[in-house]
Design a protein around this ligand. Structure first.
Ligand code: PLP
Length: 385
């Protein structure tokens, strides 16, 4: 993109860090062997994979055998939900999730309903948080799994993960977490948080596309079972067959290493930029913040500009990339299911814009974005008055 382009859509994907690209390059050229080959060239590649696995494990306080490489967040969520449900059916057929989860979770749950599972979709209160008492009351005999995301991709709202895992475990169920918007941005310690199964994705924190992780607590000890979705050569302890994406995994390992070292500095700097952007935009008439202001990640601001059509406004922001509170499903623009679950009207959901910042954003970009949006909104209000 040209250098005047202001990218504020980092929750959709992030620019791959140059150091990550550099770490990956040799695996497209001279380091091309298959990690499963038993010759010395294959063993060298396997060793590099295990190094990457260690870096991934270190970032989330897991052990390397607990890390399963996949193609991304969506695949990890599918293996976890489908594979867990089918393998643990003898213990019950009830699963609890939340209305504001990512579509990867919601659509997989819908599929599970179609094959006989019972799914409870917990509502959220207006700030996007779930009601823990309602979770307690929804857990019952036959509840095998509770699946709650860490950071919401649209609003940045952070659910109380440790409390949720405690409540889940007290009821004898397993806790799964979609941490795709959390890992690499905030500290995620699977042991301290009591997470049994966790999904995340490399391209959301400056790693490459096409690689993700499924974390399974004590995988080797078989505390619970997960049935594979893909069969074949038995890679990744039989859970995800197929030749490993070597460059992708090496890149993900590098992204994890960088995140561990630089996360705190980025948190502080990006947080200041987000707060500045948010403060200025909330001064505009009829604007308000969507989601809990306190329990929230530092890089996202989801703002409703009541009375506007966010998609028209975005069409006018030629050199700013943001996301709207609508999603394109079957060519129709539909209001975001997340904002609707939080009680927004369809109009207010369609008037909402998600700004998601990343480590490559500069102060000049934020200043410039504020100016551009101010001017556009004034024009918009005048022309629609
Ligand atoms: C992006 C995202 C996913 C899907 O990850 P992919 O790697 O793109 O498949 C799942 N959950 C959340 C919260 C996300 O933000």
């Amino acid at each position: 993109m040209n250098k005047d382009f202001i990218y504020l859509d980092n929750n959709a994907t992030t620019k791959t860090d140059d150091r990550v690209v550099e770490a990956m390059l040799p695996y497209f050229t001279e380091l091309y062997a298959n990690a499963s080959s038993s010759h010395s060239f294959g063993l060298k590649i396997l060793n590099d994979i295990q190094n990457a696995r260690l870096k991934v494990a270190n970032l989330i306080n897991a052990g390397p055998p607990e890390i399963v490489f996949t193609s991304g967040g969506t695949e990890s969520i599918n293996i976890a939900l489908q594979g867990f449900a089918v393998a643990n059916q003898q213990n019950g057929n009830h699963i609890i999730t939340v209305e504001t989860e990512h579509k990867a979770t919601l659509e997989t749950c819908k599929y599970l309903e179609s094959i006989g599972f019972e799914i409870s979709y917990l509502p959220v209160i207006s700030d996007g948080l779930i009601d823990l008492n309602l979770l307690k009351n929804t857990l019952r005999e036959g509840t095998i799994l509770v699946c709650v995301m860490f950071v919401n991709n649209e609003t940045g709202v952070i659910q109380p993960i440790k409390e949720i895992s405690n409540i889940t475990h007290q009821a004898g169920a397993i806790f799964m977490c979609d941490a795709t918007q959390a890992v690499g941005k905030i500290e995620v310690d699977v042991r301290n948080l009591g997470i049994d199964i966790m999904a995340f994705s490399s391209h959301k924190f400056y790693g490459p596309y096409g690689v993700g992780v499924l974390y399974i607590n004590d995988f080797k000890r078989n505390r619970f079972k997960i049935k594979p979705l893909i069969y074949g050569g038995g890679h990744e302890n039989g859970l995800r067959s197929g030749s490993l994406n070597v460059p992708g995994i090496v890149g993900l390992g590098k992204a994890c290493e960088i995140a561990k070292k630089e996360m705190n500095a980025n948190t502080y700097r990006i947080g200041l930029l987000r707060d500045k952007l948010e403060k200025e935009l909330l001064e505009l008439p009829n604007s308000c913040l969507n989601g809990n202001k306190k329990n929230r990640i530092y890089n996202v601001s989801n703002i409703c500009f009541s009375g506007i059509d966010a998609d028209i406004l975005i069409g006018k922001m030629k050199n700013i990339a943001v996301a709207t509170g609508s999603a394109c499903s079957s060519a129709l623009l539909e209001p975001s299911h997340v904002l609707k679950a939080m009680g927004l009207s369809e109009d207010d959901a369609m008037a909402s814009i998600r700004f998601s910042l990343g480590k490559f954003n500069t102060e000049e970009e934020i200043t410039s974005a504020i100016q551009i949006i101010h001017n556009l909104l004034i024009d918009y209000t005048l022309s629609n008055a």
